[in-house]
Design a protein around this ligand. Structure first.
Ligand SMILES: C[S@@+](CC[C@H](N)C(=O)[O-])C[C@H]1O[C@@H](n2cnc3c(N)ncnc32)[C@H](O)[C@@H]1O
Length: 281
């Protein structure tokens, strides 16, 4: 596990600049310690979330000024979560989206490969109050979003929040979501986006490059873990490309919703229903 500690501002500034999080010319930059392209990416990502799990929720609240809660509730609403629906939330982390789905009455399973993140989700689960009509709180299980341990067509809803961007293969993650979705099921994703306006994109990337790692250092001594957000976003496609991929996978009614001018984005699609048998044949 990555356990480097930053004891003072000098340590932070040194790592901040050398890691490419600071204003160093491109040729002097070294890549982010938590980003590795290819099949071994998962090990680094697992280290990252193990390191930040205890402070993950706090940092989300601080960095988004609490807005991430609204966006996650919007995901649950778009997903059509309700009593009688079976939902899977991939890369569930500490459980925000799983709880938002459950609060609307759905039966929810949250899946994540980080034992530390699941530990936090389970601790929160003990405080979760069942609604009338619900017979159980969310279940949180360990598993890989790229090889979901459920049979085809198991869920009415499949969601993922800030997860696709972290997978070694985001397209593989989408295909897995579609595989476990029942015909007519809704697939909803939420993640960082790339603002279409060039000026806003520059400012936003500057924020991800400077203030986000600085907060990561201040609140959990992990500037690299928070510099990783920009690094991973750079390797993740724009909103329109993700939507195109969803259409190419035959999902219906695909659309994306830009939040904060595209700084965040929600993608929505439905698994096509089996075509009705032809009455004349
Ligand atoms: C940024 S957090 C998002 C947590 C939560 N969904 C939220 O919106 O706050 C990303 C999560 O994805 C998990 N993750 C990354 N790759 C994964 C994989 N291949 N399979 C399962 N979980 C994965 C990490 O462990 C981490 O908990």
């Amino acid at each position: 596990m990555f356990e480097k500690k930053y004891h003072n501002l000098f340590d932070f500034a040194k790592i901040f600049i050398l890691s490419g999080s600071g204003p160093m010319p491109l040729r002097f930059r070294v890549s982010n310690v938590f980003y590795q392209a290819g099949e071994h990416r998962a090990e680094k990502v697992a280290d990252l979330f193990a390191a930040i799990a205890p402070r993950y929720d706090l940092l989300n609240d601080l960095q988004s000024l609490g807005l991430h809660r609204l966006w996650k509730r919007r995901v649950a609403a778009l997903a059509g979560a309700a009593v009688g629906k079976r939902a899977l939330d991939l890369c569930c982390g500490t459980g925000d989206i799983a709880f938002a789905l459950a609060q609307r009455g759905a039966e929810v399973i949250g899946l994540d490969f980080s034992p530390k993140m699941i530990q936090v989700a389970r601790a929160r689960n003990r405080r979760f109050k069942l609604l009338p009509g619900m017979d159980r709180a969310p279940d949180f299980i360990a598993g890989d979003a790229q090889a979901i341990p459920f049979p085809d067509e198991s869920f009415d809803i499949v969601t993922v929040g800030y997860g696709l961007r972290n997978l070694a293969g985001w397209e593989r993650g989408l295909r897995e979501m579609a595989r476990v979705a029942r015909p007519g099921a809704r697939l909803v994703t939420l993640d960082f986006g790339k603002p279409p306006n060039p000026l806003w994109r520059r400012l936003y990337f500057l924020h991800l490059k400077c203030s986000v790692p600085a907060m990561g250092w201040l609140f959990c001594r992990q500037p690299q873990a928070y510099a990783y957000i920009l690094e991973s976003l750079r390797h993740f496609p724009e909103q329109s490309v993700v939507a195109e991929k969803m259409r190419a996978m035959n999902l219906a009614n695909v659309r994306h919703i830009n939040l904060l001018g595209g700084a965040m984005a929600i993608h929505y699609g439905e698994k096509a229903r089996a075509s009705a048998p032809n009455a004349t044949s």
